[in-house]
Design a protein around this ligand. Structure first.
Ligand code: ZN
Length: 266
């Protein structure tokens, strides 16, 4: 049996410059964009794909991204809207480990974490230009210690289990992780099949927005721009092959049309 329901959990907004959202193209100026997590209710368990950002972390480390996030837009707040507690979640999947995709992991203390093996390596030893992207590594006390992050009380109770993957994987019936590197070393996009609609293909940061896709313009936060472009091509091909609907990670124009929890896709 494939997944029963997919919920999009709103996580608030951040700001970047237009030249970062559309690399070497712009236009420049503040661009406010949404962040969200994806909750999948599957017969094998409850999965969350990406967990948004932690407001306190962004205020402390990247205040220039001007985070706007209410209590209701945190992972515990969003799960409450669908009658769940963080401890109910069985699996966390991280597309990659930039701070705006893993900030809520620390709440999901009972979950097993799935990610690409290369991504876990990359965030433990980032390149100098990736330091801010990989600034919130509290999801792993081991990596926090290796990176020399100050000890945080919350981590004493948090000992996550990791399962690392490589290649494309069907992690549960009708739930596919597709390798889409370039933005980061071990980036995964996710496709979820549902009984009564087209499959949902979540690009994550392999493509921020429909406009990025239409222009074939990558964002400036990347490890490898050529691989990023190839991953965007791959997403287009996957969408065509599976007749899947693309959902973008940070798309201010498309986001108002997305159904947000407690509403769901099924
Ligand atoms: Zn992102």
């Amino acid at each position: 049996m494939s997944a029963n329901k997919v919920y999009l959990l709103d996580g608030g907004t951040l700001v970047i410059d237009g030249y970062h959202a559309f690399w070497n193209r712009g236009p420049g100026g503040e661009l406010r964009f949404p962040c969200y997590a994806i909750l999948i209710d599957h017969p094998d368990g409850l999965y969350i794909f990406d967990t948004g950002y932690d407001h306190a972390h962004v205020e402390r480390v990247l205040p220039f991204e001007k985070p706007l996030q209410t209590e209701a837009q945190t992972i515990p707040g969003q799960l409450a809207t669908v009658g769940l507690r963080p401890s109910d979640i069985n699996y966390v999947i991280n597309s990659h480990y930039h701070f705006d995709h893993c900030g809520g992991n620390i709440h999901l203390t009972e979950a097993c974490t799935l990610c690409h093996a290369k991504e876990l390596e990359a965030c433990a030893s980032p390149h100098p230009f990736e330091m801010l992207g990989y600034s919130d590594v509290r999801f792993s006390p081991d990596i926090s210690a290796k990176r020399g992050a100050p000890a945080e009380p919350a981590l004493d109770i948090y000992t996550p289990k990791f399962e690392t993957l490589t290649n494309d994987q069907e992690i549960a019936k009708g739930m596919w992780l597709f390798e889409t590197p370039g933005h980061t070393a071990g980036h995964y996009s996710l496709m979820v099949e549902l009984p009564d609609r087209r499959p949902m293909l979540f690009s994550a940061d392999a493509c921020y927005s429909k406009q990025n896709m239409d222009l074939m313009c990558i964002s400036s936060f990347h490890l490898d721009p050529v691989a990023s472009l190839q991953s965007m091509e791959r997403l287009k091909e996957l969408a065509e092959k599976y007749d899947a609907e693309l959902f973008y990670s940070h798309d201010p124009a498309s986001y108002p049309d997305y159904l947000l929890a407690p509403a769901f896709y099924s």
